[in-house]
Design a protein around this ligand. Structure first.
Ligand SMILES: C[S@@+](CC[C@H](N)C(=O)[O-])C[C@H]1O[C@@H](n2cnc3c(N)ncnc32)[C@H](O)[C@@H]1O
Length: 216
C-alpha cells in the first residue's frame, strides 16, 4: 500500500492497483465508506470536495482553520472536513430536518463540529454563534446560491479568507446551457472576490463546477 499526503490529513492511497482518496481519522465510518487502517475512504461520487481533489486540484485547508460549511445534509463531506481541521472548527448549516437528524449523530461524536439547523439565506440568524472564519464552503442547490455565498462571506469571512463554492448549473437555470450559467457565475463572483481557479467536477458530478475564491 502506497500513501501520499495531499494536504494535512488527506491522502492518496494506492492499493491493489487502485488509487483512492482518504482522510486520516480516529473515527469510524459515517456513510458506508471503507476504513483502511487509520484512513477513511473519501468517495468522489458522494462528495464534490473529494471529486475536486481527485481531479488534481487542491485547496490547502489548514488544521487550525475555522470553517463555515453551508449545506451540510447528513454530514458526508463535513465528516472529512472535520478530519482535516482537527485543531479547528466546522460551523455547519443545514435547513432540512431529515438529513440533520443523521448529521447530529456525527456532531455528537466530534468536538469540532457545531451543527446549525438554519437557513443559509438568513446569515444574521446565526451571526450570534458563528465567529469570523478562514474558509466558507458551500454546496447548496438553490437558484440564489451565489447570493447566499456572497452574503455569508460578507458576514463571516476574514479579510484574508478563502471560499469554495460547488455550483450546480441546473438549479440556477434548468433550461440554459450549463456553460453559459457557469460563465455568468464566474463573472458575478469576480465582482466581489479574486477567482483563483474553477473547473468541472466531471466525471463524478455532471453539470457542476467548483470555484475557488479569495477575498479581495
Ligand atoms: C447537495 S446537498 C449537500 C451535500 C453535502 N454538502 C455533502 O457533500 O455531504 C445540499 C444540501 O443543502 C441544503 N440546503 C439547500 N438550501 C439551503 C439553505 N437555504 N439553507 C441551508 N441548507 C440548505 C439541502 O437541504 C441539502 O441537504
Amino acid at each position: 500500500m502506497k500513501v501520499r499526503e495531499v494536504i494535512h490529513n488527506v491522502y492518496f492511497i494506492e492499493k491493489d492497483g487502485v488509487r483512492i482518496l482518504a482522510t486520516k481519522s480516529k473515527y469510524g465510518s459515517h456513510y458506508g465508506e471503507r476504513k483502511i487502517g487509520e484512513y477513511r475512504e473519501w468517495i468522489p461520487s458522494r462528495s464534490k470536495l473529494s471529486a475536486m481533489f481527485m481531479k488534481g486540484y487542491k485547496v490547502d485547508i489548514k488544521p487550525n482553520w475555522k470553517v463555515l460549511y453551508l449545506g451540510a445534509a447528513s454530514g458526508t463531506t463535513v465528516s472529512h472536513v472535520a478530519d482535516i481541521v482537527d485543531r479547528g472548527v466546522v460551523y455547519a448549516v443545514e435547513y432540512s430536518a431529515k438529513p440533520f437528524a443523521k448529521f447530529l449523530e456525527l456532531a455528537r461524536e466530534r468536538r469540532n463540529i457545531v451543527p446549525l439547523l438554519q437557513d443559509a439565506s438568513k446569515p444574521w440568524k446565526y451571526s450570534g454563534i458563528v465567529e469570523k472564519v478562514d474558509f466558507v464552503y458551500q454546496d447548496i442547490a438553490q437558484k440564489n446560491q451565489i447570493e447566499i455565498f456572497e452574503d455569508n462571506a460578507r458576514f463571516f469571512l476574514k479579510e484574508e479568507g478563502e471560499g469554495l463554492i460547488m455550483v450546480k448549473a441546473r438549479s440556477i437555470d434548468s433550461t440554459a446551457d450549463p456553460e453559459d450559467v457557469f460563465k455568468n457565475v464566474i463573472r458575478r463572483l469576480k465582482e466581489s472576490f479574486k477567482v483563483v481557479a474553477h473547473d468541472t467536477l466531471e466525471p463524478y458530478h455532471k453539470d457542476h463546477i467548483f470555484v475557488h475564491v479569495k477575498k479581495q
